[in-house]
Design a protein around this ligand. Sequence first.
Ligand SMILES: [Zn+2]
Length: 178
Amino acid sequence: MYILQIQEALAKAGYSPGSLDNLAGPQTQAAIKAFQTDHSLEADGMVGPLTHEALFQNTNPVPAQEDQLTSHFNRQEFKCCCEGRYCDGFPNEMNSDLLIKLEALRQTLNTPIIVTSGIRCPTRNQEVGGIGNSKHLTGHAVDCYAPGFSIYDLAEAAKTQGVGVILYEDEGFCHLEI
Ligand SMILES: [Zn+2]
């Protein structure tokens, strides 16, 4: 999942990673290096925290001010991942207590926390195999990872904020919920 997001970000930024195949092949490596060179980063072909920040800052549209929920989180980051197929993106809003904890977590780790799934409409939830009463439906859960940190580090830090954690080791993200 993560390689694919990097490939998409590279493509949007004008660095062709070849086919969007979710594999870190030679073309993707070359695109990462070219991007790093152009952004005065060490051209090692690896997406560490600095490259990640440059890459995703570079391609994300400037978020609307009114959508800024905390110092580091914007409402759009939590939009339903059905891409508008089944809902307008916000069948619900994120729970403010969870947002406060996420912001605390973000500041503790001092690295961006990348949300892979926030709010979900019931149809999308079913599509991705979420349980019927998933906390994603009500904005009480978020799937995420922190570049530069293992999911185990992220899980430990989340637990100290009093957040419930489910590890998705194969997929490389944590499900956090309150
Ligand atoms: Zn939806």
